[in-house]
Design a protein around this ligand. Structure first.
Ligand code: ADP
Ligand code: MG
Length: 616
């Protein structure tokens, strides 16, 4: 029998290697940016077209390459950065595998132009699918410019696998930001199609972070500095009251390289212990310097994971350094019993006068009126009288810590509601009676049994259907704000907001202006209170971040789902009988009252027979 093993041709081997190195346009950006940094560039410009699917071009003013090096740079395992395996333990460069250019050239149309300072004339090489198409001298300034066109043109399966432009652009922005945050002394710019997304002058860490994440970031940063024998930490953590609903602003850099480390992340979270609300993630930008000998960055092809020799020690140092900073800058309690209660207040309530909880009832409301006319259209009380809903909602926020006289009164009222029910059923008119159980369920009587409704889920369903209708059919009305609301967002978040702006406006938001790092809102949906807007939008962006919508339909759906969930009454909120009945009526006017938008049951029924059985 013949031998069957043969060596793969280079272009095939390169394509296979490309599968590891290049997952999407953002991976190309990362590799090319790193090469430019390794080439000691001071200015790096990135241009992309259609989320990098059509064109990625990176221009640097680094050292450039000789004619021979330019040609060699596309060979696999061709690198100027290491010569022996030992070099791996004293790496000062980003790259070292010599794989990136070979991989990229295997799956795209690549044009490289490069010139060293000492050379009169530069070199221009064109490569398509690993084949050199042309190589000729060209005139240019010192540095390197690489264009990568039509990524995955020869691997349709990979090309089709790419996500929408919005999603791919977000990945690109993520990679770009990580590299730019690690190298504030280098000027970077990013231009998408014709719009400039970032223009970052050379600066220091604090300015770079602020330039990327938006104007007000500066005030939110607490510096962290610690020097030990095995580790130097510098950088910033965000003040706890500005903690985000997403993990978006969490960055570790080890020796100028962005890394992910769930373990060290845990150390940071531990340092914030007791200072954060549930579901809030602290922001951090932490720059670690360790001896290259003590880490192994070789364990992952895209190199965002890293192995440390002495993780436990790093953990302890990190946690105490951050604790120390939070204490020193007076944002953390020094002694637990001396704790500043404002730290426990969500930030949008910080400067707000505490309001006395009260429940107001729309006296003119007659729950039977619409029924009498034979229509069962749902008109939520909060639409007519947002004030009452609002005070109910915000007033009860602090109920766990403090029970005011008014709250006790409300509970007493709810007891009365129960009494009413009892009375009503005696009179045989139990159909519309409801009461609240455990501040979570609405109980209503049925002809043949009992209905137990989860109040939050029911309200979510009602709002969801309303929102869908206003987004797709007819826009909802807005309440005009007396003073426009200005909210800071990162550029990334702004990009996302722009994508859903139209749909949001249909729900009642009015955006007067969207700048590169903030939005100005002059109108909000009638069922939302001003103090909730920040939370609502942050949650929305977080949901989008996690879900990555592919098409328009699911985008609308996701938007309605997220808003409905945030806007709905929570369990733990006390509802008076009018509000309870509105929810019941509203729920059964829905197209799909049985399930929440995320397919959870909204209510259960307990038939009389089952009850009877229990008494046997
Ligand atoms: P690696 O970065 O792992 O060495 P690459 O395939 O990314 O491998 O690059 C191969 C070589 O090409 C590099 O080692 C470097 O010498 C050269 N090179 C790549 N990009 C540039 C650039 N922008 N400026 C100067 N030299 C470059
Ligand atoms: Mg490289």
């Amino acid at each position: 029998m013949n031998d069957v093993i043969h060596l793969l041709p280079d272009h095939v081997a390169n394509q296979i290697a490309a599968g590891e190195v290049v997952q999407r346009p953002a991976s190309v950006i990362k590799e090319l940016l790193e090469n430019a940094i390794d080439a000691r560039a001071k200015n790096i410009q990135v241009f992309i077209k259609e989320a990098g699917k059509i064109l990625i071009k990176i221009v640097d003013d680094g050292v450039g390459m000789s004619v021979t090096d330019a040609r060699l740079s596309f060979e696999r395992h061709a690198t100027s950065k290491i010569t022996s395996a030992e070099d791996l333990f004293r790496l000062n460069t980003k790259g070292f595998r010599g794989e990136a250019l070979a991989s990229i050239a295997a799956i795209a149309h690549v044009e490289l132009r490069t010139k060293r300072e000492t050379d009169e004339i530069g070199t221009c090489i064109k490569i398509e699918g690993s084949h050199v198409v042309s190589q000729e001298p060209c005139s240019m300034t010192t540095g390197t410019s690489i264009s990568v066109k039509n990524l995955f043109y020869n691997i349709p399966a990979r090309r089709n696998f790419l996500k929408s432009d919005t999603v791919e652009t977000r990945h690109i922005i993520d990679e770009f930001q990580r590299v730019a945050l690690a190298h504030p002394n280098i000027a970077f710019s990013l231009v998408h199609n014709v719009g400039e997304l970032f223009q970052l002058p050379a600066s220091n860490y604090r300015q770079r972070i602020t330039n990327i994440l938006g104007g007000k970031t500066n005030e939110k940063l607490v510096p962290v500095n610690e020097e030990t024998e095995i580790l130097t930490i510098s950088g910033f953590v965000g003040k706890p009251q500005f903690a985000k609903r997403t993990r978006g602003e969490q960055f570790f850099f080890v020796n100028d390289r962005f890394i992910k480390s769930p373990y060290l992340n845990h150390a940071v979270t531990q340092a914030f212990e007791g200072l954060l609300k549930d579901n809030a993630y602290p922001s951090y930008f932490l720059y670690l310097k360790v001896d290259p000998k003590s880490i192994d960055i070789n364990i992952h092809p895209t190199k965002t994971e890293i192995k440390f020799d002495d993780e436990h020690a790093l953990y302890a140092i990190m946690r105490s350094a951050i604790k120390h900073s939070l204490g020193q800058f007076n944002v953390s309690p020094v002694l637990d019993f001396d704790r500043d209660p404002t730290l426990d207040t969500p930030y949008d309530y910080q400067n707000k006068q505490a309001s006395t909880p009260k429940v107001e009832v729309d006296r003119n409301f007659n729950p039977f009126r619409s029924d009498a006319r034979g229509e069962r259209s749902f008109q939520p009380p909060f639409k007519k009288d947002p004030g009452s809903w609002d005070s109910l909602y915000t007033g009860l926020q602090g109920e766990d810590t403090e029970v005011s006289a008014d709250v006790r009164q409300i509970e007493f009222e709810s007891e009365e509601v129960t009494g009413n029910l009892f009375g009503a059923s005696k009179g045989g008119e139990a159909q519309n009676s409801t009461f609240q159980l455990n501040k979570k369920f609405i109980i209503s009587t049925l002809k043949n049994g009992m209905l137990v409704i989860d109040q939050h889920r029911a309200h979510t369903r009602i709002l969801y259907e309303e929102l869908l209708k206003s987004i797709t059919v007819s826009a909802a009305v807005s309440q005009q704000l007396l003073f426009p609301l200005s909210i800071q967002f990162s550029q990334n978040e702004i990009a996302q907001l722009k994508g859903i702006k139209d749909a949001l406006e249909q729900t009642g938001f009015i955006f007067a202006e969207i700048s590169s790092d903030s939005v100005e809102i002059t109108g909000i949906p009638t069922s939302v209170s001003e103090s909730e807007v920040v939370m609502l939008l942050e949650q929305l962006l977080a949901d989008f971040e996690n879900e990555v919508p592919g098409n328009n339909f699911s985008q609308t759906d996701l938007l309605a789902k997220s808003l409905a969930k945030s806007m709905a009454v929570k369990s733990g909120n006390l509802l008076n009988s009018t509000e309870q009945q509105h929810i019941v009526n509203g729920l059964f006017a829905c197209k799909e009252p049985t399930l929440t938008p995320s397919n959870k049951p909204v209510f259960i029924t307990l038939p009389i027979e089952e009850l009877e059985k229990k008494f046997m």
